[in-house]
Design a protein around this ligand. Structure first.
Ligand code: NAP
Ligand code: HSE
Length: 423
């Protein structure tokens, strides 16, 4: 019999309890021993809890973390503190730890894995990225023989829902965000999702594992979707693209780039058909080629699926098979100014002779080759111009944006969005 303690009984914690109880028989047969939930930590004494859990609810973390009978601690509280402290204490007390906490793992994963190794226990965190989709264990185990060259995905369900609504129902960003809040996908403070920070934490974790380099969220160039308007989505559609918030880790000849930003993807790109709250990850290994993982990136039972799978794995994995930290390469993430991509521009400028040539002159002076230039419409003598460039460095793009903004004839550089031509 394995005894576990759970820190948190919210969306994920209650899913974990339900799943362990519902699939008790198959879990025991596959695990080889039953799993007994000994204690569950919560914070708010006024909240009603299910009657069948009353005996095992506690408000004292030490009743789990310091309890000698408990073999494994599940951390599903969220936030940095006190979760980080509790995880460290549990590891130091020689308890395996399973967590869904991307905030803690993306910042402190290396230290925590080393602490687990020192204490001869397992630390697993499959649910911290893409909820129910198995991606961390496949990267660490199934793809162990590969050099990973690229990992990219849609790692945030809330923003994917918003962009899908904008595209399919012709909504502006604020209207789609309100709908996401109404349906419970977006939190009342949605900034971590819409500004890209949630996806940045997840791609930091995935890139660290994929490239064997320590990547923390502060090293991830991050843009959100709050600057995307329906006009951009409509123009992108007309040109055969869809706009997605893409998190990507790229190994190039010069080194690695890690970024989160909206991207115009060709309709034929596999990530273009990932809609609503779904997540997907594409991995490219030198031996295996391209793989795609798709599924629910959040939610009670999908996330519980990943957590319970980790619980079983942690309890069954001995020292020889432990998944230790694999960040063995000393390498820095390259600065974003060196990153190369094509870009989409939407610019508002005076509709008069010579303006287009002035704008294209700025691109030329910054060594940017133009792939497509379209004048969309003209209202009150202000023309909306859409430009797609060929691949160039981000440094060139930033310089061009500053110079175009300073032209007297230009009233606004409304959008600058990355374009991925390849499918
Ligand atoms: P949640 O619904 O807010 O639940 C948090 C739980 O932790 C609650 O039971 C809360 O107690 C308890 N808790 C929080 N702080 C505490 C403290 N200081 N002391 C004691 N108990 C405390 O959160 P969640 O959505 O389940 O998320 C949990 C973790 O899973 C987070 O790291 C999140 O990023 C990750 N995750 C969530 C999802 C998802 O779909 N929700 C998906 C993937 C990963 P009370 O019940 O007393 O308030
Ligand atoms: N807020 C996240 C999302 C789910 O929208 O995908 C938890 O990781």
């Amino acid at each position: 019999m394995a005894k576990i303690g759970i820190l948190g009984l919210g969306t994920v914690g209650s899913g974990v309890v339900e799943l362990i109880l519902k699939n008790r028989d198959i879990i025991e047969r596959k695990c080889g021993f039953p799993i007994n939930i000994k204690k569950i930590l919560v914070r708010d004494e006024s909240k009603k809890r299910p009657d069948y859990l009353k005996e095992i609810i506690t408000y004292k973390p030490e009743e789990i973390i310091n309890e000698p009978e408990i073999d494994l601690v599940v951390e599903v509280m969220g936030g940095e503190e006190p979760a980080l402290t509790y995880i460290k204490q549990a590891l130091n007390n020689k308890k395996h730890v399973v967590t869904a906490n991307k905030e803690v793992i993306s910042k402190y994963g290396k230290e925590l894995l080393e602490l687990a190794q020192q204490n001869k226990v397992n630390l697993l965190f499959e649910a911290s990225v893409a909820g129910g989709i198995p991606i961390i264990i496949p990267l660490k185990e199934s793809l162990i023989a590969n050099e990973i060259n690229n990992i990219m995905g849609i790692l945030n369900g809330t923003t994917n829902f918003i962009l899908t609504q904008m595209e399919e129902n012709k909504m502006e960003f604020s209207e789609a965000l309100d709908l996401a809040k109404k349906l419970g996908y977006a939190e009342s403070d949605p900034s971590a999702d819409i500004k890209g920070f949630d996806a940045a934490r997840k791609i930091a974790i995935l890139s660290s594992i994929a490239f064997n380099v320590r990547v923390t969220p502060d090293k991830v160039y991050t843009e959100g979707i709050d600057g995307i308007s329906y006009t951009d989505i409509k123009y992108a559609q007309e040109m055969g693209f869809t706009i997605k918030l893409v998190a990507e880790g790229q190994r190039t000849d010069d080194g690695i780039f890690v970024l989160v930003a909206p991207v115009l993807l060709r309709k034929e790109h596999p990530l273009s058909s990932v809609k609503d709250v779904y997540n997907a990850v594409i991995v490219e290994g030198d031996a295996v080629g391209r793989l795609m993982f798709y599924g629910r990136g959040a939610g009670k039972m999908p996330t519980a699926s990943a957590v319970v799978s980790d619980i079983i794995k942690a309890l069954k994995t001995d020292e020889k098979n432990r998944l230790n930290c694999t960040c063995f390469r000393e390498e820095e993430v390259l600065p974003i100014k060196l990153f190369r991509s094509a870009y989409y521009f939407r610019i508002k400028a005076l509709d008069k002779p010579g303006v287009l040539s002035k704008i294209s002159g700025v691109f030329g002076q910054n060594n940017i080759n133009l792939y497509m230039v379209i004048q969309k419409n003209s209202v009150d003598n202000i023309a909306e111009i859409v430009i797609i460039t060929y691949e160039t460095s981000f440094k060139n793009i930033q310089r061009a944006v500053d110079e175009i903004k300073s032209l007297d004839e230009v009233s606004e550089v409304s959008s600058v969005i990355r374009v991925k031509e390849e499918v």
